[in-house]
Design a protein around this ligand. Structure first.
Ligand SMILES: Nc1ncnc2c1ncn2[C@@H]1O[C@H](COP(=O)(O)OP(=O)(O)O)[C@@H](O)[C@H]1O
Ligand SMILES: [Mg+2]
Length: 394
């Protein structure tokens, strides 16, 4: 069944494929044709023909080869960025950093390396548009709000250890990466970070403490140190070395975050619970600060003092979002009572779901992609969408 918006118009995402190898274009079209919310509006085998089709059909997304005889993909993307609202995702046989940088410079929203895989193509598309469930008004340009890059640091902080801060931070970063193009997860737990385990990236040896000098934080350094997970999220993992952690002070964290955020749509910081100077640097920059609590009296008390402390430090109440985790988990305190006691509503409530979460944690597979339909996953996707609207409205 075709997707229709309330006014009856075809609301499918319109896609144009440009590749001089007709077989590649046809294969991609075949993959996309199985998706009821996507529609391939044309195939072209040269950039010029592609530009003509793009002007005529006004696609939302253009999947385009980089190397083509005549005008190449980069030149075509440049022209597209000047005259059309379409978002370009490149497909290239070359896995080359410089080329990627060039591609992003001309406005590309994604870069796929050939040989292509159906899953990768689909997730690249879904990362660019806000799907599923987005109500789109007809076939015009994409309307998903996009924040300005370089402004959005989101801190996730637990009231006390074990309330689910890291699990939520990691899954939130993955969910955000589906609707924003560049997301980094910073594991600021300098003594004992878990995010590399949660993302099954424990082989990664580059760590956050390698970024000390803000002046050295550039695209190339980030590309090698912030390792890319298969979902597109990058991770700055916590250091293994306690000595390195000790040397990481308030100014280092502050300077590093200020630089890193320039390169991403969202910088999600898994923030440690100890109220030290490193945290203060994170809280100073982050907006919003997501404070995670379970409905347990000890956690609630800690949240209370954390919120008071943040207020004393001049953090406006609307910058602090309360996140209830395991709200139906047999704690015998109803979410409403937690809200009353803290004088604040929950911005999101996640159910207790031991099966889904334990499996996700043990395998290092984010539940937001592996168990997309579970209630806990839906709550995190919903939170990601709300964050996107929040930052877009600022
Ligand atoms: N919604 C949930 N349902 C069930 N178990 C959860 C949930 N959230 C977290 N957990 C469990 O709590 C453990 C600790 O979570 P974690 O994110 O590491 O806590 P923190 O970072 O706050 O110390 C997880 O490994 C998982 O087993
Ligand atoms: Mg943690």
């Amino acid at each position: 069944m075709a997707y229709r918006s309330p006014d009856g118009m075809d609301a499918r995402v319109r896609i144009l494929i440009i590749d001089d190898l007709i077989e590649t274009a046809q294969t991609v079209r075949k993959w996309l044709s199985t998706m009821p919310d996507l529609r391939v509006v044309g195939i072209a085998t040269s950039a010029r023909e592609g530009l003509d089709l793009a002007r005529r059909h006004q696609p939302d997304i253009i999947l385009m080869d980089v190397n083509m005889p005549g005008m190449d993909g980069l030149a075509a993307a440049h022209m597209i960025s000047l005259e059309l609202p379409a978002q370009v995702i490149f497909m290239s046989v070359e896995d080359d950093k410089d080329l990627m940088q060039e591609a992003f410079k001309v406005g590309a929203r994604g870069f796929l390396v050939k040989p292509l895989r159906a899953d990768d193509v689909l997730s690249a598309i879904r990362r660019v548009v806000q799907l599923p469930g987005a109500t789109r008004g007809g076939s015009g340009p994409l309307e998903a709000p996009r924040g300005k890059r370089g402004q959005h640091v989101v801190a996730v902080c637990g009231a006390k250890g074990g309330v689910g801060c890291s699990v939520i931070a990691a899954n939130l970063a993955v969910a955000l990466a589906e609707i924003a193009s560049e997301v980094v997860l910073v594991d600021a737990n300098l003594h004992a970070g878990d995010d590399h385990v949660l993302l099954n990236l424990d082989g990664v040896t580059h760590t956050l403490d390698m970024l000390r000098d803000p002046e050295e934080v550039d695209v190339e350094t980030l590309q090698s140190i912030a390792v890319k997970h298969e979902t597109g999220v990058r991770l700055l993992r916590s250091p293994d070395d306690p000595e390195a952690a000790r040397e990481y002070r308030r100014e280092t964290m502050r300077g590093m975050l200020m630089e890193v955020r320039e390169h991403f749509d969202f910088t999600v910081v898994d923030t440690p619970i100890s109220l030290g100077e490193v945290n203060e640097a994170v809280f100073e920059i982050a907006d919003p600060i997501l404070v995670v609590t379970t409905p347990e009296i000890t956690a609630i008390n800690r949240v209370k003092s954390l919120l008071e402390r943040l207020r004393r430090n001049g953090v406006a109440p609307d910058r602090c979002w309360l996140i209830g985790n395991r709200v139906d988990g047999g704690y015998q305190i109803a979410p409403k009572r937690v809200e009353q006691s803290l004088g604040q509503r929950f911005a999101a409530q996640l159910p207790d779901d031991v099966n889904t979460i334990i499996q996700s944690v043990n395998r290092g597979h984010p539940f937001v992609t592996q168990h997309r339909r579970s209630a806990v996953s839906r709550a995190v996707h919903d939170l990601a969408r709300r964050l996107q609207h929040y930052v877009a409205a600022k």
